[in-house]
Design a protein around this ligand. Structure first.
Ligand code: BG6
Ligand code: MG
Length: 223
């Protein structure tokens, strides 16, 4: 039986995935690297520095680590500028109602985001009270696709991994959830997220009645 719903943030709760894309695209333009939305799929869910490495791979550029860090921080500055202008009106349609409905049904609700900006985004959206546990990029060593972040969220919620379902828009995030032994609802298209158990076009399209129909994974030994 599913006892906890764990949500990714960027691209699942709010369209900050768009702001990440715009900020990386701006940096790519400065570096003369062609960068499309399809390229951006590889950056979703992974850490800031891993995203920087992928961008440089796309441009066939090698660069010293401290310069990579400087440029990744520059991208983050732009991202933060976009985010600071955000209002709760930008939460995806149906998401606040879904979170309330899940809570009424007794589900525990977690947030697991690779982003170090996640606490600020949640604060700006006024959603802090909607979550029983928040795990962000500052609390983990290995970002998605490693399962660490979702396992930490489950531990914080005091539930076993096989009792959790994850909502994810990133391929790396789906891999992370499955590696953690959790069910996974992909948000996007089946082409982008072929490994997810179900794929929905938007988070607000999730019907909590689906919780009873999800294939629960076999319990695994707790790591
Ligand atoms: C993830 C995003 O949520 O957070 C990635 O999908 C982003 O695109 C990652 O790179 C790290 O975010 P931040 O805000 O710490 O740079
Ligand atoms: Mg995401």
């Amino acid at each position: 039986m599913i006892k906890a719903c764990i949500f990714d943030l960027d691209g699942v709760i709010v369209d900050t995935a768009r702001y990440h894309f715009l900020a990386w695209k701006r940096l790519a333009a400065e570096l003369g690297i062609p960068f499309t939305e399809a390229d951006n799929e590889r950056l979703k869910g992974v850490s800031r520095l891993r995203s920087m490495e992928i961008l440089l791979e796309l441009g066939h550029i090698t660069m010293a680590r401290d310069e990579q860090e400087r440029l990744a921080n520059k991208k983050n500055g732009w991202f933060v500028e976009y985010v600071e202008r955000m209002t709760p009106a930008e939460i995806f349609p149906g998401v606040p109602a879904l979170l309330q409905d899940l809570r009424r049904r007794g589900q525990l609700i977690g947030l697991a985001s690779s982003s170090k900006n996640a606490p600020r985004v949640i604060e700006l959206l006024g959603l802090a009270q909607a979550f029983d546990a928040i795990v962000d990029g500052t609390m983990i060593v290995h970002t998605k696709p490693d399962p660490e972040i979702f396992l930490l969220a489950a531990r914080t919620l005091n539930v076993a991994p096989h009792q959790c379902v994850v909502f994810e828009d990133a391929e790396a995030g789906v891999e992370s959830a499955l590696a953690a032994g959790m069910a996974c609802i992909g948000i996007g298209s089946k082409e982008q997220l072929p490994l997810a158990d179900r794929v929905l076009p938007a988070t607000g399209a999730f019907d909590p009645a689906m919780l009873a129909t999800l294939d629960v994974r076999q319990p695994r030994a707790t790591p």
